[in-house]
Design a binder for this molecule. Structure first.
Ligand code: GLN
Length: 278
């Protein structure tokens, strides 16, 4: 079968997904180990039997709902290819806003110390480290499997200025004071119906859910971060589409100043921050 026909067949098989075409192309590229442009340049190339079998196997899993990133084993974030697995959240495009907001606060010419809580694949720390060579990052996670994945991603991108540590938020040996503390913590409500739909069903619940209002972990982080920030240090958090006002209030209640929220590309309030005054 030629590439063009295999893709046509795949799009029909995935017609329930609203990204059928791009899903099919990504899956075929992962088997052929090629860029998507090759599928258009050589549509008449005939697939070998084993390539077609592997493609069909992935299509069945995709039609069952498995995330494309789990099937290809990788996801692009901040133009970096990252390995992904069932052990960590699949990096989301909107999380690039957290990286962008952090970078605006990190001078290029000054040593900066950053703590990332709940690093998962390592995406946020790796993106920041790739942009600032004078930064020292400590990236933590409760999951040892996630830490192994994150370390692998950091070494794939030849970054040696990130230290990975197992931690339950601020509980880890040799915790220091930092210029920035940053996190994309779990923030979904336990009963949120969207946990039963789409990619999230296949992701670790511990990376997604945080009590009945989704704010259990964010409250802990906001309360405790002030003890580990340098004077004028910043706390930056990603959060859910309807949580910004509550989070700004928590920041005020805990004495942070310069509190602000940034909207993502869909116009949703997505990242909030506060600064330690003195
Ligand atoms: N933004 C993710 C989602 O809605 C959740 C990520 C998180 O809880 N940190 O699927």
């Amino acid at each position: 079968m030629q590439i063009v026909d295999a893709l046509k067949h795949a799009r029909r098989q995935l017609s329930l997904s609203d990204s059928a075409r791009i899903d099919a192309e990504s899956l075929l590229c992962s088997i052929l180990r090629c860029e998507r442009s090759k599928l258009y340049a050589y549509p008449e190339q005939v697939l070998r039997d084993e390539e077609l079998d592997a493609f069909n196997e992935l299509l069945v899993l995709r039609a069952e709902g498995h995330p494309v990133a789990h099937l290809t084993g990788q996801k692009e974030f901040w133009s970096l290819d990252l390995k992904v697995s069932h052990d960590a959240l699949i990096p989301r495009p909107e999380t690039e806003l957290l990286v962008e907001t952090a970078l605006a606060l990190i001078p290029e010419d000054k040593q900066t110390k950053l703590l990332e809580l709940g690093t998962g694949t390592g995406a946020i720390s790796i993106a920041i480290a790739s942009e600032r060579n004078r930064i020292n990052i400590t990236a933590t996670d409760l999951s040892e499997k996630a830490l192994i994945l994150a370390e692998e991603n950091a070494s794939l991108h030849l970054l040696n200025n990130i230290i990975f540590k197992k931690a339950d938020w601020f509980t880890f040996p040799d915790i220091d004071r930092y210029d920035l503390i940053i996190s994309n913590p779990p923030y979904i409500c336990t009963n949120d119906p969207h946990l039963k739909r789409g990619d999230v069903q296949f992701e670790p619940i511990s990376a997604l859910v945080s009590g009945t209002d989704g704010l259990e972990d964010i409250r802990i982080i906001i309360q405790q971060a002030q003890h580990y920030l340098n004077a004028r240090g910043w706390l930056l958090l990603e959060h859910g589409y309807n949580q910004a006002a509550q989070i700004r209030q928590l920041l005020i209640d805990n004495g942070y100043t310069a509190n602000a929220t940034v909207k993502d590309y869909s116009g949703i309030e997505r990242v909030s921050m506060g600064q330690l005054a003195n």
